[in-house]
Write a protein that binds this ligand. Structure first.
Ligand code: NAD
Length: 353
Protein backbone atom coordinates (compact mmCIF):
# COMPACT_ATOMS: atom_id res chain seq x y z
CA UNK A 1 0.00 0.00 0.00
CA UNK A 2 1.34 3.41 -0.98
CA UNK A 3 0.42 6.64 0.86
CA UNK A 4 0.29 9.79 -1.23
CA UNK A 5 -0.93 13.37 -1.54
CA UNK A 6 -2.74 14.69 -4.61
CA UNK A 7 -3.78 18.32 -5.20
CA UNK A 8 -6.20 19.09 -7.99
CA UNK A 9 -6.56 22.55 -9.50
CA UNK A 10 -9.88 24.38 -9.89
CA UNK A 11 -10.49 24.77 -13.59
CA UNK A 12 -13.52 24.51 -15.86
CA UNK A 13 -12.84 22.44 -18.97
CA UNK A 14 -15.00 22.13 -22.07
CA UNK A 15 -13.93 19.48 -24.57
CA UNK A 16 -15.39 18.68 -27.96
CA UNK A 17 -15.66 19.56 -31.63
CA UNK A 18 -17.19 22.95 -32.44
CA UNK A 19 -16.97 24.08 -28.80
CA UNK A 20 -15.71 27.49 -29.95
CA UNK A 21 -19.39 28.39 -30.42
CA UNK A 22 -19.65 28.38 -26.61
CA UNK A 23 -16.92 31.01 -26.25
CA UNK A 24 -19.19 34.08 -25.80
CA UNK A 25 -21.26 32.33 -23.12
CA UNK A 26 -18.10 31.20 -21.32
CA UNK A 27 -16.70 34.74 -21.39
CA UNK A 28 -19.94 36.09 -19.90
CA UNK A 29 -19.88 33.32 -17.31
CA UNK A 30 -16.55 34.78 -16.14
CA UNK A 31 -18.12 38.26 -15.98
CA UNK A 32 -16.30 39.38 -19.12
CA UNK A 33 -17.78 42.15 -21.26
CA UNK A 34 -14.64 43.52 -22.99
CA UNK A 35 -12.23 40.86 -24.24
CA UNK A 36 -8.59 41.30 -25.16
CA UNK A 37 -7.98 38.46 -27.63
CA UNK A 38 -4.43 37.06 -27.73
CA UNK A 39 -4.28 35.22 -31.01
CA UNK A 40 -3.23 35.20 -34.60
CA UNK A 41 -3.74 33.15 -37.77
CA UNK A 42 -6.82 31.09 -38.57
CA UNK A 43 -7.81 29.92 -35.05
CA UNK A 44 -7.54 33.57 -33.97
CA UNK A 45 -9.86 34.69 -36.77
CA UNK A 46 -12.38 32.01 -35.83
CA UNK A 47 -12.29 33.14 -32.19
CA UNK A 48 -12.67 36.78 -33.16
CA UNK A 49 -15.71 35.93 -35.28
CA UNK A 50 -17.20 33.88 -32.43
CA UNK A 51 -16.67 36.70 -29.92
CA UNK A 52 -18.20 39.41 -32.14
CA UNK A 53 -18.71 42.66 -30.25
CA UNK A 54 -17.32 41.14 -27.03
CA UNK A 55 -13.82 41.50 -28.50
CA UNK A 56 -12.50 45.04 -28.04
CA UNK A 57 -8.89 44.45 -29.11
CA UNK A 58 -6.60 41.76 -30.47
CA UNK A 59 -2.89 41.38 -29.69
CA UNK A 60 -1.07 39.32 -32.32
CA UNK A 61 2.57 39.50 -31.17
CA UNK A 62 2.75 36.74 -28.52
CA UNK A 63 6.31 35.38 -28.58
CA UNK A 64 7.73 32.03 -27.48
CA UNK A 65 9.14 31.86 -23.92
CA UNK A 66 6.99 34.89 -22.92
CA UNK A 67 9.49 37.79 -23.09
CA UNK A 68 8.60 40.42 -20.45
CA UNK A 69 8.96 43.20 -23.00
CA UNK A 70 6.15 41.69 -25.14
CA UNK A 71 3.94 41.26 -22.06
CA UNK A 72 4.39 44.96 -21.28
CA UNK A 73 3.23 45.93 -24.77
CA UNK A 74 0.15 43.71 -24.43
CA UNK A 75 -0.50 45.20 -20.99
CA UNK A 76 -0.51 48.70 -22.51
CA UNK A 77 -3.07 47.55 -25.10
CA UNK A 78 -5.20 45.92 -22.40
CA UNK A 79 -5.30 49.18 -20.41
CA UNK A 80 -5.88 51.36 -23.45
CA UNK A 81 -9.01 49.36 -24.33
CA UNK A 82 -10.28 48.80 -20.79
CA UNK A 83 -10.38 45.02 -21.25
CA UNK A 84 -11.93 42.98 -18.42
CA UNK A 85 -11.28 39.45 -19.71
CA UNK A 86 -8.45 37.66 -21.53
CA UNK A 87 -8.97 35.03 -24.19
CA UNK A 88 -5.84 33.30 -25.48
CA UNK A 89 -6.08 31.16 -28.59
CA UNK A 90 -3.09 29.15 -29.83
CA UNK A 91 -0.24 27.10 -28.45
CA UNK A 92 1.75 27.51 -25.26
CA UNK A 93 3.02 30.85 -26.54
CA UNK A 94 -0.45 32.46 -26.52
CA UNK A 95 -1.41 30.72 -23.29
CA UNK A 96 1.80 31.95 -21.64
CA UNK A 97 1.01 35.55 -22.54
CA UNK A 98 -2.53 35.13 -21.21
CA UNK A 99 -1.10 33.85 -17.91
CA UNK A 100 1.46 36.67 -17.71
CA UNK A 101 -1.29 39.27 -18.19
CA UNK A 102 -3.78 37.59 -15.91
CA UNK A 103 -1.33 37.28 -13.01
CA UNK A 104 -0.36 40.96 -13.37
CA UNK A 105 -3.93 42.29 -13.58
CA UNK A 106 -6.12 39.73 -11.81
CA UNK A 107 -8.35 39.52 -14.91
CA UNK A 108 -10.01 36.19 -15.75
CA UNK A 109 -8.31 34.15 -18.46
CA UNK A 110 -10.03 31.73 -20.81
CA UNK A 111 -7.56 29.59 -22.77
CA UNK A 112 -8.30 27.94 -26.10
CA UNK A 113 -5.31 25.66 -26.76
CA UNK A 114 -4.53 24.61 -30.32
CA UNK A 115 -1.33 22.62 -29.73
CA UNK A 116 -0.48 19.84 -27.27
CA UNK A 117 1.81 21.88 -24.95
CA UNK A 118 -0.53 21.51 -21.95
CA UNK A 119 0.26 24.92 -20.43
CA UNK A 120 -3.46 25.75 -20.20
CA UNK A 121 -3.96 23.42 -17.21
CA UNK A 122 -0.84 24.35 -15.22
CA UNK A 123 -0.31 27.11 -12.65
CA UNK A 124 3.21 27.55 -14.08
CA UNK A 125 4.55 30.55 -15.97
CA UNK A 126 7.97 30.77 -17.62
CA UNK A 127 9.15 34.22 -18.67
CA UNK A 128 12.32 35.47 -20.34
CA UNK A 129 14.24 38.68 -19.79
CA UNK A 130 17.86 39.72 -19.18
CA UNK A 131 19.19 36.70 -21.11
CA UNK A 132 17.58 34.02 -18.94
CA UNK A 133 14.31 32.26 -18.18
CA UNK A 134 12.56 32.33 -14.81
CA UNK A 135 9.68 30.08 -13.86
CA UNK A 136 7.13 30.58 -11.12
CA UNK A 137 4.05 28.75 -9.99
CA UNK A 138 0.97 30.24 -8.30
CA UNK A 139 -2.75 29.44 -8.27
CA UNK A 140 -3.48 32.88 -9.81
CA UNK A 141 -1.55 31.85 -12.97
CA UNK A 142 -3.99 29.04 -13.80
CA UNK A 143 -6.63 29.99 -16.41
CA UNK A 144 -10.20 29.91 -15.09
CA UNK A 145 -11.60 28.11 -18.13
CA UNK A 146 -10.12 25.92 -20.87
CA UNK A 147 -12.06 25.36 -24.04
CA UNK A 148 -10.71 22.49 -26.16
CA UNK A 149 -12.08 22.53 -29.69
CA UNK A 150 -10.71 19.63 -31.74
CA UNK A 151 -11.68 21.42 -34.96
CA UNK A 152 -9.13 24.15 -34.25
CA UNK A 153 -6.33 21.58 -34.22
CA UNK A 154 -7.05 20.04 -37.63
CA UNK A 155 -4.79 22.59 -39.37
CA UNK A 156 -1.91 22.18 -36.93
CA UNK A 157 0.96 21.24 -39.27
CA UNK A 158 2.20 17.65 -38.85
CA UNK A 159 5.76 18.66 -37.77
CA UNK A 160 4.32 20.91 -35.03
CA UNK A 161 1.83 18.20 -34.05
CA UNK A 162 4.72 15.74 -33.63
CA UNK A 163 7.01 17.99 -31.59
CA UNK A 164 4.15 19.36 -29.52
CA UNK A 165 2.87 15.81 -28.93
CA UNK A 166 6.32 14.75 -27.69
CA UNK A 167 6.39 17.83 -25.44
CA UNK A 168 3.16 16.50 -23.91
CA UNK A 169 4.63 13.00 -23.48
CA UNK A 170 7.66 14.56 -21.73
CA UNK A 171 5.36 15.92 -18.98
CA UNK A 172 3.90 12.44 -18.49
CA UNK A 173 7.28 10.69 -18.57
CA UNK A 174 8.79 12.92 -15.89
CA UNK A 175 5.65 12.69 -13.75
CA UNK A 176 6.05 8.91 -13.62
CA UNK A 177 9.44 9.15 -11.88
CA UNK A 178 8.69 12.31 -9.90
CA UNK A 179 8.75 12.08 -6.09
CA UNK A 180 5.20 13.54 -6.26
CA UNK A 181 4.01 10.56 -8.31
CA UNK A 182 0.79 8.98 -7.08
CA UNK A 183 -1.76 6.58 -8.56
CA UNK A 184 -3.90 9.41 -9.99
CA UNK A 185 -1.00 11.07 -11.81
CA UNK A 186 0.36 7.64 -12.87
CA UNK A 187 -2.99 6.86 -14.49
CA UNK A 188 -3.09 10.18 -16.33
CA UNK A 189 0.56 9.78 -17.41
CA UNK A 190 0.34 6.28 -18.84
CA UNK A 191 -2.92 7.11 -20.61
CA UNK A 192 -1.36 10.32 -22.02
CA UNK A 193 1.72 8.49 -23.35
CA UNK A 194 -0.27 5.62 -24.86
CA UNK A 195 -2.89 8.00 -26.32
CA UNK A 196 -0.36 10.36 -27.87
CA UNK A 197 1.90 7.59 -29.17
CA UNK A 198 -1.07 5.97 -30.90
CA UNK A 199 -2.55 9.24 -32.22
CA UNK A 200 0.56 10.83 -33.76
CA UNK A 201 1.13 8.23 -36.52
CA UNK A 202 -2.57 8.52 -37.48
CA UNK A 203 -2.27 12.33 -37.57
CA UNK A 204 0.90 12.10 -39.68
CA UNK A 205 -1.02 9.93 -42.13
CA UNK A 206 -4.17 12.06 -42.15
CA UNK A 207 -3.94 15.42 -40.35
CA UNK A 208 -7.73 15.89 -40.58
CA UNK A 209 -8.54 12.63 -38.77
CA UNK A 210 -10.90 14.08 -36.15
CA UNK A 211 -10.75 11.00 -33.90
CA UNK A 212 -6.93 10.96 -33.89
CA UNK A 213 -6.90 14.70 -33.21
CA UNK A 214 -9.37 14.23 -30.34
CA UNK A 215 -7.20 11.45 -28.86
CA UNK A 216 -4.10 13.66 -29.09
CA UNK A 217 -5.85 16.66 -27.52
CA UNK A 218 -7.20 14.51 -24.71
CA UNK A 219 -3.70 13.10 -24.14
CA UNK A 220 -2.33 16.66 -24.10
CA UNK A 221 -4.83 17.65 -21.42
CA UNK A 222 -3.89 14.64 -19.27
CA UNK A 223 -0.17 15.30 -19.79
CA UNK A 224 -0.64 18.96 -18.82
CA UNK A 225 -2.39 17.77 -15.66
CA UNK A 226 0.70 15.65 -14.88
CA UNK A 227 2.89 18.74 -15.29
CA UNK A 228 0.57 20.64 -12.94
CA UNK A 229 0.63 17.90 -10.31
CA UNK A 230 4.21 16.61 -10.18
CA UNK A 231 7.65 18.17 -9.99
CA UNK A 232 9.59 17.80 -13.23
CA UNK A 233 13.19 16.52 -13.45
CA UNK A 234 16.35 16.83 -15.51
CA UNK A 235 14.60 16.70 -18.89
CA UNK A 236 12.50 19.81 -18.22
CA UNK A 237 15.47 21.56 -16.61
CA UNK A 238 17.63 20.97 -19.69
CA UNK A 239 14.92 22.14 -22.08
CA UNK A 240 14.37 25.21 -19.92
CA UNK A 241 18.10 26.04 -20.18
CA UNK A 242 18.34 25.28 -23.89
CA UNK A 243 15.25 27.42 -24.60
CA UNK A 244 15.87 30.25 -22.15
CA UNK A 245 19.64 30.69 -22.53
CA UNK A 246 20.33 29.37 -26.04
CA UNK A 247 16.99 30.38 -27.58
CA UNK A 248 16.23 26.93 -28.99
CA UNK A 249 12.59 26.31 -30.00
CA UNK A 250 10.54 24.82 -27.14
CA UNK A 251 8.76 21.75 -28.51
CA UNK A 252 11.55 20.73 -30.91
CA UNK A 253 14.05 20.83 -28.04
CA UNK A 254 11.79 18.62 -25.91
CA UNK A 255 11.55 16.22 -28.85
CA UNK A 256 15.31 15.89 -29.27
CA UNK A 257 16.21 15.71 -25.58
CA UNK A 258 13.46 13.40 -24.26
CA UNK A 259 14.86 9.98 -25.33
CA UNK A 260 18.30 10.95 -23.97
CA UNK A 261 16.96 12.21 -20.64
CA UNK A 262 14.99 8.96 -20.38
CA UNK A 263 18.12 6.89 -21.10
CA UNK A 264 20.02 8.89 -18.45
CA UNK A 265 17.35 8.21 -15.82
CA UNK A 266 16.51 4.65 -16.86
CA UNK A 267 18.93 2.87 -14.46
CA UNK A 268 17.37 4.59 -11.43
CA UNK A 269 13.72 4.59 -12.56
CA UNK A 270 13.11 1.03 -13.79
CA UNK A 271 9.45 0.91 -12.79
CA UNK A 272 8.61 4.17 -14.61
CA UNK A 273 10.53 2.96 -17.67
CA UNK A 274 8.62 -0.33 -17.71
CA UNK A 275 5.29 1.56 -17.67
CA UNK A 276 6.45 3.95 -20.39
CA UNK A 277 7.66 1.07 -22.58
CA UNK A 278 4.30 -0.65 -22.08
CA UNK A 279 2.43 2.54 -23.01
CA UNK A 280 4.60 2.93 -26.11
CA UNK A 281 4.23 -0.76 -26.97
CA UNK A 282 7.99 -1.22 -27.12
CA UNK A 283 10.73 -3.14 -25.35
CA UNK A 284 12.94 -0.27 -24.24
CA UNK A 285 11.37 3.07 -23.27
CA UNK A 286 14.16 5.44 -24.38
CA UNK A 287 14.96 3.67 -27.65
CA UNK A 288 11.23 3.25 -28.32
CA UNK A 289 10.64 6.99 -27.86
CA UNK A 290 13.56 7.77 -30.18
CA UNK A 291 12.24 5.37 -32.83
CA UNK A 292 8.72 6.82 -32.61
CA UNK A 293 10.07 10.36 -33.12
CA UNK A 294 12.32 9.29 -35.98
CA UNK A 295 9.49 7.39 -37.68
CA UNK A 296 7.35 10.55 -37.55
CA UNK A 297 10.10 12.67 -39.11
CA UNK A 298 10.65 14.62 -35.88
CA UNK A 299 13.98 16.29 -35.10
CA UNK A 300 16.50 13.97 -33.44
CA UNK A 301 19.58 16.16 -32.98
CA UNK A 302 20.42 19.42 -31.23
CA UNK A 303 22.86 20.08 -34.07
CA UNK A 304 19.91 20.29 -36.48
CA UNK A 305 18.23 22.79 -34.11
CA UNK A 306 21.28 25.05 -34.46
CA UNK A 307 22.99 24.59 -31.09
CA UNK A 308 26.76 25.10 -31.54
CA UNK A 309 28.76 22.11 -30.27
CA UNK A 310 30.96 24.51 -28.28
CA UNK A 311 27.95 25.39 -26.05
CA UNK A 312 27.36 21.83 -24.77
CA UNK A 313 29.74 22.15 -21.82
CA UNK A 314 28.16 25.44 -20.74
CA UNK A 315 24.66 23.93 -20.94
CA UNK A 316 25.82 20.97 -18.79
CA UNK A 317 27.32 23.34 -16.22
CA UNK A 318 24.09 25.36 -16.10
CA UNK A 319 22.02 22.18 -15.53
CA UNK A 320 24.33 21.20 -12.69
CA UNK A 321 24.40 24.70 -11.17
CA UNK A 322 20.60 24.73 -11.33
CA UNK A 323 20.48 21.43 -9.43
CA UNK A 324 22.50 23.05 -6.63
CA UNK A 325 20.96 26.56 -6.48
CA UNK A 326 17.30 25.61 -7.07
CA UNK A 327 17.10 21.83 -6.67
CA UNK A 328 14.72 19.91 -8.92
CA UNK A 329 13.69 16.31 -8.42
CA UNK A 330 15.46 13.75 -10.56
CA UNK A 331 15.74 10.03 -9.95
CA UNK A 332 19.44 9.94 -10.89
CA UNK A 333 22.14 12.22 -9.52
CA UNK A 334 22.84 15.08 -11.93
CA UNK A 335 26.58 15.34 -12.67
CA UNK A 336 28.27 17.69 -15.10
CA UNK A 337 29.99 14.78 -16.87
CA UNK A 338 26.79 12.74 -17.10
CA UNK A 339 24.73 15.63 -18.47
CA UNK A 340 27.45 16.60 -20.92
CA UNK A 341 27.49 13.02 -22.25
CA UNK A 342 23.68 13.12 -22.53
CA UNK A 343 23.85 16.43 -24.42
CA UNK A 344 26.61 15.16 -26.73
CA UNK A 345 24.42 12.17 -27.69
CA UNK A 346 21.43 14.48 -28.19
CA UNK A 347 23.56 16.89 -30.23
CA UNK A 348 24.75 14.10 -32.51
CA UNK A 349 21.30 12.47 -32.76
CA UNK A 350 22.54 9.13 -31.49
CA UNK A 351 19.87 6.49 -30.81
CA UNK A 352 19.94 5.57 -27.10
CA UNK A 353 20.93 1.92 -26.57
P1 NAD B 1 3.58 27.79 -30.00
O1 NAD B 1 2.47 28.24 -29.16
O2 NAD B 1 4.66 28.78 -30.27
O3 NAD B 1 3.00 27.23 -31.37
C1 NAD B 1 3.87 26.64 -32.33
C2 NAD B 1 3.49 27.09 -33.75
O4 NAD B 1 2.27 26.51 -34.12
C3 NAD B 1 3.30 28.61 -33.88
O5 NAD B 1 3.89 29.02 -35.09
C4 NAD B 1 1.79 28.76 -33.91
O6 NAD B 1 1.39 29.92 -34.61
C5 NAD B 1 1.39 27.49 -34.64
N1 NAD B 1 0.04 27.01 -34.33
C6 NAD B 1 -0.48 26.80 -33.12
N2 NAD B 1 -1.70 26.28 -33.22
C7 NAD B 1 -1.97 26.16 -34.53
C8 NAD B 1 -3.07 25.63 -35.28
N3 NAD B 1 -4.12 25.10 -34.66
N4 NAD B 1 -3.00 25.65 -36.61
C9 NAD B 1 -1.90 26.11 -37.24
N5 NAD B 1 -0.81 26.60 -36.59
C10 NAD B 1 -0.86 26.62 -35.26
O7 NAD B 1 4.32 26.51 -29.41
P2 NAD B 1 3.96 25.52 -28.20
O8 NAD B 1 4.96 24.45 -28.30
O9 NAD B 1 2.53 25.19 -28.17
O10 NAD B 1 4.25 26.38 -26.89
C11 NAD B 1 5.56 26.74 -26.54
C12 NAD B 1 5.53 27.75 -25.41
O11 NAD B 1 4.70 27.26 -24.35
C13 NAD B 1 6.89 28.01 -24.78
O12 NAD B 1 7.01 29.38 -24.48
C14 NAD B 1 6.88 27.17 -23.51
O13 NAD B 1 7.74 27.67 -22.53
C15 NAD B 1 5.43 27.26 -23.12
N6 NAD B 1 4.93 26.12 -22.30
C16 NAD B 1 4.56 26.38 -21.04
C17 NAD B 1 4.07 25.37 -20.24
C18 NAD B 1 3.63 25.69 -18.84
O14 NAD B 1 3.03 24.88 -18.17
N7 NAD B 1 3.90 26.87 -18.35
C19 NAD B 1 3.93 24.08 -20.75
C20 NAD B 1 4.32 23.83 -22.08
C21 NAD B 1 4.81 24.88 -22.85
Amino acid sequence: MRSFAYSSHPIRVLFGAGTLRQLPDEVRRLGGTRVLLLARSQPGEAARAALGALCVAQFTDATMHTPVEVTERALAMLREHGADCLVSVGGGTSTGLGKALSVRTGLPHLAVPTTYAGSEVTPVLGETGNGGKTTRSAPAILPETVLYDVELTLALPVPVSVTSGVNAMAHAVEALYSPDANPVIDGFATRAIAGMAAALPRIAQNPSDVDARADALMAAWLAGTCLAGAGMGLHHKLCHILGGTFDLPHAQTHTVVLPHAMAYNAPTAPDAMRRIAEALGTGDAAAGMFDLIASLGGPTSLRALGLPEAELSRAALLANAGAESSPYPNPREVTVEGVERLLRDAWAGQRPE
